[in-house]
Design a binder for this molecule. Structure first.
Ligand SMILES: [Zn+2]
Length: 149
């Protein structure tokens, strides 16, 4: 009888180890996924009444989004005008904006238009279907309607 109880205890320990192992085996993948997606620090420069993001092209390419699309979002949120200097990869905003404000807006853009809400992966693309904008995840296949840009 005590033998039976002993093997029962062993089984429990095994199950516990197994669960722990499974848990840990999943953790590194998530961490790797998150660290793979690192936005570059914004290089913001203000000249007079204008604000420039010097590494705008690089920023957009890390997010895998068209710079003009990201620009449209930022200008709409800021309620101002601006233009994208394609040759130099610089965004020029016709207003004084702090780098904190710009950083927050980019974070919001990433949350809404880049990160998959289902699995958290940044490997997504935006697709236009008529008037609808869909965020499609290449990692898990989820499709999520997002506000039009
Ligand atoms: Zn996903």
């Amino acid at each position: 009888m005590s033998e039976a109880r002993g093997s029962e205890a062993l089984k429990l320990i095994y199950d516990y180890d197994y669960l722990l192992q499974r848990l840990y085996s999943r953790l590194p993948a998530r961490t790797a996924k998150a660290s793979r997606f690192e936005l570059p620090k914004l290089m913001v420069e203000r000249i007079g009444t204008k604000t420039m993001i010097r590494n705008f092209k690089q920023l957009s390419s890390v997010m895998r989004r068209e710079p003009r699309l990201v620009m449209r979002y930022l200008l709409k949120e800021l309620g101002t005008s601006g233009n994208y200097d394609e040759e130099n990869g610089i965004l020029v905003i016709n207003a004084k904006v702090s780098s904190t404000t710009l950083g927050n807006l980019i974070q919001r853009f990433v949350k809404t238009y880049v990160i998959c809400p289902t699995c958290g992966a940044p490997d997504t693309k935006l697709e236009r279907r008529g008037k609808a904008w869909i965020l499609i995840c290449e990692a898990c296949g989820a499709e999520q309607p997002v506000p039009p840009l």
